[in-house]
Design a protein around this ligand. Structure first.
Ligand code: PRP
Length: 185
C-alpha cells in the first residue's frame, strides 16, 4: 500500500495500483462496447474528472474525441448547495454522436441527474456515463451509473482530481482527508 505523504491525509483509500488496474479494466469494457458504434465523444466534467479523464482516454483502443464541461455545485464548501451551475459548455455540439460523460464522483446524484437531463436536448445518438467513485449512502436522487470504478463509504476523499477547497487534486491516490482540515476551517 502506498504511504500517504501529506500529513493531512488520514489514510489511502485507493492506491495508485488499484486505480491503474480499475481504469484499465473500465477502458477495456468501454472500448469493447463502443467498438461497433463509432462516433464516440468523451465529455469530462471539470474540474474533478481531469485526471481520470486523461488516464481513461489514453487507455481506450477505439477512436474518440474529447470535450469538457464545467459544472459546480459545491464551491469551497464541504456540503452540496444542491444547486448545479454550468460554468463552461461544450465547444462543439454532440448531435449524431455517442456521448460518454466522465465524472470523478457521484455523491447526492444531483449533478449526474442534471447532466442526463441536459443532454436529452442535444440529440446525441446515446448518452451514458462513466464514474470513478460512488457514495451510495449519500444519494438524494436515484441515477443510473453505467460504468463505475469503486463504491466508497461516506468519507471525505481527495486526490486523483478530487479536491478539498481546491487542494489535494494532484495526489496520485484517493485519500481520506483528515477531519482536522474541515473541522478547523
Ligand atoms: C463534484 C464532483 C461531481 C459532483 C458530484 O463537483 O466532481 O461533479 O460534485 O456531487 P453530487 O452527486 O452531489 O452532485 P464539484 O462541484 O465539487 O466541482 P469540482 O469537480 O470542480 O471540484
Amino acid at each position: 500500500m502506498t504511504r500517504p505523504i501529506d500529513p493531512l491525509i488520514d489514510r489511502v483509500l485507493i492506491d495508485e495500483a488499484q486505480l491503474d488496474a480499475r481504469v484499465t479494466a473500465m477502458a477495456a469494457q468501454i472500448s469493447a462496447h463502443y467498438q461497433a458504434q463509432g462516433n464516440l465523444v468523451l465529455v469530462g466534467i471539470l474540474k474533478g474528472s481531469f485526471i481520470f479523464m486523461a488516464d481513461l482516454a489514453r487507455r481506450l483502443t477505439i477512436p474518440h474525441r474529447i470535450e469538457f464541461m464545467a459544472l459546480s455545485s459545491y464551491g469551497d464548501l464541504s456540503t452540496s448547495s444542491g444547486e448545479v451551475r454550468m460554468m463552461l459548455d461544450l465547444r462543439r455540439p454532440v448531435a449524431g454522436e455517442h456521448v460518454l460523460l466522465v465524472e470523478d464522483i457521484v455523491d447526492t446524484g444531483l449533478t449526474l441527474q442534471y447532466l442526463i437531463e441536459n443532454f436529452r436536448a442535444r440529440h446525441a445518438l446515446s448518452v451514458a456515463n462513466c464514474v470513478l467513485l460512488s457514495k451510495p449512502e449519500r444519494r438524494k436522487v436515484q441515477v443510473q451509473v453505467d460504468y463505475l470504478g469503486f463504491e466508497i463509504p461516506d468519507v471525505w476523499v481527495v486526490g486523483y482530481g478530487l479536491d478539498y477547497a481546491e487542494r489535494f487534486r494532484t495526489l496520485p491516490y484517493i485519500g481520506v482527508l483528515s477531519p482536522s482540515v474541515y473541522l478547523n476551517s
